[in-house]
Design a protein around this ligand. Structure first.
Ligand SMILES: [Zn+2]
Length: 217
């Protein structure tokens, strides 16, 4: 929300250190990108939690979040760290600690720089809200079933029921996550899902390391 004069106001409910840092960077994004707006930057946590990836209906909040992520996770230092080791939420959590940024913000930035076919998926109250994929994932023509309920075969549906916050990766059938497309009928993906109980949400990393082959749909 933007209105009034140029004053930065951070929600008093934002007490977590990482969130406060991100909120400040987010407001700086408004000042930098939306300087021709009416001025006062007064964003709620809901505004800042609008992580839905940019698209045709990109909002000023998403633009400010993208600015904040680029500021706090600078490509110069962050990109090469995303290209070491296998994709996992454990690796993303390590990077989040290192850069003092939330897991979700770090995960979104991670898939931007990863050279593996992977995607980050955010589910809320049992429904897939959005996903963002790496370039290699998109190049395989893969899409996640957004706006669908979590598939019973997905590990995320189990994690959500049990509120598991640090589960290990599991291999699941690709069709539990991916819209019908160009992958083998017996394709599998590696899935790591962690519950985010405070948000009634689950964050999932998908690694499509076993989808290619001769048996195309
Ligand atoms: Zn904002």
């Amino acid at each position: 929300m933007i209105e009034g004069k140029a004053i930065i106001t951070i929600s008093t409910r934002v007490t977590d250190y990482c969130r406060r840092r991100f909120s400040i960077a987010h407001e700086l994004g408004h000042l930098e990108i939306h300087r021709h707006g009416s001025g006062l930057v007064l964003c709620t946590e809901t505004d800042i939690d609008n992580w839905c990836p940019p698209g045709e209906d990109t909002t000023v909040e998403q633009e400010a979040n993208a600015f904040a992520a680029a500021l706090l996770l600078p490509e110069q230092f962050f990109a090469t760290l995303c290209q070491q080791g296998d994709p996992s939420l454990d690796l993303i959590a390590e990077l989040a600690d290192q850069f003092q940024v939330s897991l979700t913000a770090t995960a979104l930035r991670y898939v931007r720089f990863s050279r593996e076919p992977c995607a980050i998926v955010y589910s809320h109250e049992g429904y897939i809200k959005w996903f963002r994929a790496s370039r290699d994932f998109e190049d395989l023509g893969l899409f996640v079933n957004v706006r669908s309920p979590l598939h019973p075969s997905s590990f995320a549906s189990f994690v959500a029921k049990k509120d598991l916050t640090r589960a290990t990766p599991e291999r699941v059938e690709a069709s539990a996550w991916l819209a019908p497309g160009q992958y083998r009928s017996d394709a599998t993906v590696k899935e790591q899902s962690w519950a985010m109980p405070g948000y009634n949400a689950v964050i999932t990393l998908l690694w499509a390391d076993d989808v290619e082959g001769d048996d195309w749909w």
